[in-house]
Structures are given as structure tokens and as C-alpha cells.
Design a protein around this ligand. Structure first.
Ligand SMILES: Nc1ncnc2c1ncn2[C@@H]1O[C@H](COP(=O)(O)OP(=O)(O)OP(=O)(O)O)[C@@H](O)[C@H]1O
Ligand SMILES: [Mg+2]
Length: 228
């Protein structure tokens, strides 16, 4: 990854798109302080991180910055409900636990919370990982492949939640292969390929791309009727 520069402000919703292996997940992990870049700086909520650094020694910005991993990273030995509530108990904040209950109901997964991660579908696991992150009430929410296993109704609920959170000043950076979702949800689009930002700007770049690389990418999506 080289020369990647990203500025995300409170309330902004940034959608990262790009081919498999482009570096989208890597970028989110660097922002979350889980992986180090070889050089550069990260300024998170007035805290400056200088790269390279040892991610193990880094004071993680969690939970102010929270990442939903592409692989979800649910604890297999805990019930799904406990996966959501355990980090909140560490925070000793009862209002966040109440908020978690609300999110579970909003995504209609409250009745299956006693099951373990291996006892539900991929989409249901994804919803629990999402509720865990949302309940922590972060200032910066990072969502990797956020729509990957979700059905259209849950995607609609997710869009409503993202809009609501951004209105409350939460900055959201998400990765999605669903260009329709990106177009309807993001304010800013970043097109990443081979570790470089080839084009970024308002969602209008999805209908009027400037670079040949993004044009080619969108042409492939168009063939699949990905963009309306
Ligand atoms: N654990 C790893 N070890 C070595 N290389 C890795 C590892 N994870 C990713 N990479 C490499 O880093 C690059 C970026 O990977 P990354 O997972 O960030 O891509 P991505 O854009 O998120 O792709 P996808 O859309 O498939 O999720 C790829 O070239 C990939 O092969
Ligand atoms: Mg990825």
C-alpha cells in the first residue's frame, strides 16, 4: 500500500470499493491500530500515531474506534448475546447494554442470542458482530464487507442505522462490493486498487468516473447491473 491519504470527518460516511486484494481490509486494520503501516501518520481524534510502530505496543483507539472484521472475529466459546455484551460489561456502562438490546431487536436477532456462533447462519453472525460494534457507541466505526451475507431487508435496516449514526456525528468508513449500497449510503467514495487510491470523491464518481481504472471497474459492475 502506498501514498494512501484519507481524511474522514465526524458525520461523514466513506465507502471504500475496489477489487479483491486491493488492500481495503488492510487499510481498515491500519486505521484501527491492529496493523502498522511502513511509514506515515494516523491522526485519530487528536491522537497522533507515527508509523512504523509495533501494533502490539500500540495503545489501541478502541472502543472510540471500532472495527467489524471481514472475518467477524466472534468468540466461538461465547453465546452470540455474550459476544455483544461482554465488551460492554468491561465498559461498565449500563446505558450501552440497553442500547445493545435495542440493536438486537432492531435487527430481529434477539431471540437467537443464546446460540453460539457455529449454530447460526453467516448473515446472522454478521448481524451480531455489527450489533457488538454499534453498541460500543464509537466515534469512528469501521465496517469491513458490511453487506456481504445480508439480505435486502437487513441491508435496509443497516442503511437506516448508518444514516442515524452519522447524523449523530459518528464517522463511518465501510468496505462493500455492493456498489448500489455504496451509492445510496456513502457521502464519499474511495476506489482502491493494488494498495493505491486511484480515485475518490462524492458518489457521483460512480456515474462519472475520471480514471480509466475506475471506468473499467464500473464497466464490469454495469454488465452485472450493479449500478442502477
Ligand atoms: N495475512 C496475510 N498475509 C500475507 N498477505 C496478505 C494477508 N492478508 C492479505 N494479504 C495481502 O495483502 C493484500 C491486500 O489484502 P486485503 O485483505 O487488504 O484485500 P481486500 O481489498 O480487503 O480484498 P477482499 O475484497 O478480497 O477482501 C493482498 O494482496 C493480499 O494478498
Ligand atoms: Mg477485505
Amino acid at each position: 500500500m502506498s501514498d494512501v491519504s484519507l481524511d474522514v470527518r465526524p458525520g461523514e460516511v466513506v465507502g471504500i470499493i475496489g477489487p479483491s486484494g486491493a488492500g481495503k481490509s488492510t487499510l481498515l486494520r491500519v486505521i484501527a491500530g491492529i496493523e502498522s503501516a511502513n511509514s506515515g501518520q494516523l491522526n485519530l481524534c487528536s491522537h497522533l500515531y507515527d508509523f512504523p510502530c509495533d501494533p502490539l505496543r500500540l495503545h489501541k483507539p478502541w472502543p472510540k474506534t471500532t472495527l467489524v472484521f471481514q472475518s467477524l472475529c466472534l468468540w466461538p466459546h461465547l453465546s452470540l448475546r455474550e459476544n455483544v455484551l461482554m465488551p460492554l460489561r468491561q465498559q461498565m456502562d449500563m446505558s450501552k447494554i440497553e442500547r445493545a438490546e435495542e440493536y438486537l431487536e432492531m435487527f430481529q436477532i434477539e431471540k437467537i442470542g443464546s446460540r453460539f456462533p457455529n449454530q447460526v447462519s453467516g448473515g446472522q453472525r454478521q448481524l451480531f458482530a455489527l450489533c457488538r460494534a454499534l453498541s460500543l457507541d464509537p466515534d469512528l466505526l469501521l465496517l469491513d464487507e458490511v453487506t456481504a451475507s445480508l439480505d435486502v431487508e437487513h441491508i435496509r435496516t443497516l442503511r437506516e442505522v448508518i444514516t442515524d449514526r452519522s447524523k449523530q456525528g459518528v464517522a463511518i468508513v465501510f468496505v462493500s462490493h455492493s456498489l448500489g449500497f455504496v451509492r445510496k449510503t456513502a457521502n464519499v467514495v474511495v476506489f482502491l486498487d493494488r494498495g493505491e487510491i486511484h480515485e475518490n470523491g462524492p458518489v457521483s464518481i460512480l456515474s462519472d468516473p475520471k480514471t480509466d481504472r475506475l471506468k473499467r471497474f464500473l464497466f464490469a459492475a454495469d454488465e452485472l447491473n450493479e449500478i442502477e
